[in-house]
Design a protein around this ligand. Structure first.
Ligand SMILES: O=C[C@H](O)[C@H](O)COP(=O)(O)O
Ligand SMILES: C=C(OP(=O)(O)O)C(=O)O
Ligand SMILES: [Mn+2]
Length: 415
């Protein structure tokens, strides 16, 4: 197996507007304008009060008094099956949060990669199979995963479906927040306990969609992104002078930035200055995704210099994206041993510096998939094609997710 590397895209300014990396090539600009108009008229998916609540909870994590548990699909899909999965995944995240909270004696904020995770950055603009070259799949908000010219053609009307599907997912999550059916023994009275309401997050990648859903907070007059509570900027679009950072700087939501092993302290200091000039705990999260083989070498200097600058950024570990490997058959996978090793190193680095290891960011599903390898009921290389359904990156299945929650609870509690 070979490691799958990532290289941040180089930006180039176009006119006075910052360059937006990783955007689809929409075939019909008039249709894009029409869709943007439709989205501008839709009600907000999340309220400013909810986003402010998430920010306050993240501020507690940033000051060492809570943890963030972010998780869900790499790429959500449209359709009824995905809605059932969203309910199951929300239940799994709540269970994991309970495990982590009991093991660490800290409140754990569960945040789904859900209700908006429909756009994907890709390493290559096209994909070639058996001599046929087509545009890469960029998430259900852009095109379809099937390998035909019709399915891969970017269709802006999919952004309206992304909005509608997000609204459906949110309905289910809100219902779960009210009754919490998936936490064993949970009753209305137990809601006071370690399980928090679940909120939603996604990568703010598709700027036509995100910009169309920016709303004004009637209480403050501020601008906020109404597409999700917590938005993040990916490793491939985190250029400090790029359009994604400009977008995030212009909204009041809590924002996160993915940070890979090629990041420099100066890049993170510049991002902190642009995204969190007021140094307000809860506003900015750095999600580090270094890879088990690089984290010990790369993370200490980044954390050391950013925290020495006075930035109150929350630090969270994504042990998935630096540990992707491709099998000889071309399937992307990840080993539980690499994932747990990166989490262990993440905690050790923060403990050594005296900063707070503030949580986890995971790709997972409650379904019994065979996409990541290992675990207490191990998935073996020969199992991979038995139930591999991800349209993008390999996810932990239910058992592997719970394994990781128990492992992390133990590590956080003892290190
Ligand atoms: O999360 C998704 C992937 O890491 C990202 O889209 C890159 O995947 P790719 O290398 O298959 O394009
Ligand atoms: C693309 C992703 O991550 P990253 O930007 O860290 O590569 C992702 O979270 O699916
Ligand atoms: Mn992914």
């Amino acid at each position: 197996m070979t490691p799958t590397g990532t290289v941040p895209t180089v930006t180039a300014a176009v006119g006075s507007r910052p360059y937006a990396a990783q955007q689809p090539e929409w075939p019909d600009p008039a249709q894009v304008r029409e869709v943007i108009g439709l989205l501008r008229d839709r009600p907000p998916l999340v309220s400013p009060a909810e986003t402010a609540r998430v920010r306050a909870r993240l501020a507690e994590a940033a000051t060492g008094n809570a943890l963030l548990l972010q998780g869900g699909h790499c790429a959500e899909e449209f359709g009824a099956r995905a809605l059932r999965e969203a309910t199951a995944n929300a239940g799994l995240l709540r269970q994991m949060a309970t495990v982590l909270s009991c093991g660490t004696a800290l409140p754990v904020l569960p945040v789904g990669r859900m209700a908006g995770q429909y756009a994907k950055p890709r390493s290559r603009p096209t994909e070639t199979r058996e001599g046929m070259e087509l545009p890469s799949y960029r998430g259900d908000a852009v095109n379809a995963a099937g390998f035909s010219a019709r399915e891969r053609r970017p269709d802006p009307r999919r952004m309206v479906t992304a909005y509608d599907q997000s609204a459906e997912v949110l309905l289910r999550i809100r219902a779960g927040n009210a009754v919490r059916p998936d936490v064993p023994g949970a009753t209305e009275a137990a809601v006071e306990g370690p399980v928090e309401d679940l909120y939603v997050s996604h990568e703010a990648l598709l700027l036509d969609y995100e910009r169309a859903l920016v709303r004004t907070d009637p209480a403050t007059g501020g601008r906020y992104a109404s597409s999700g509570h917590l938005l993040w900027i990916g490793e491939r679009t985190r250029q400090v002078d790029g359009a994604h950072v400009e977008f995030a700087a212009g909204v009041d939501n809590p924002v996160a930035v993915k940070v890979g092993p090629t990041a420099t302290p100066d890049e993170l200091l510049a991002l902190a200055a642009v995204l969190d000039p007021g140094m307000r705990p809860g506003r900015l999260t750095f999600v580090t995704r270094m890879g088990a083989d690089r984290i010990r070498e790369v993370l200490p200097e980044l954390v050391g210099k950013v925290s020495a600058s006075g930035s109150p950024a929350l630090w969270v570990c994504d042990p998935m994206h630096g540990n992707t490997r491709t099998t000889e058959d071309g399937a992307k996978t990840r080993w539980m041993s690499d994932i747990t090793d990166e989490v262990r190193a993440f905690i050790a680095v923060h403990r050594a510096i005296g900063t707070h290891p503030g949580g986890l960011h995971l790709e997972l599903t409650a379904d019994d998939v065979t996409e990541c390898l290992g675990g207490s009921t191990p998935v073996r290389p020969e199992d991979l094609d038995r139930h591999y359904t991800s349209v993008c990156d390999p996810r932990l299945n239910r058992g592997q997710s719970l394994d990781l929650a128990f492992f992390a609870a133990h590590l956080w509690g003892t290190h």
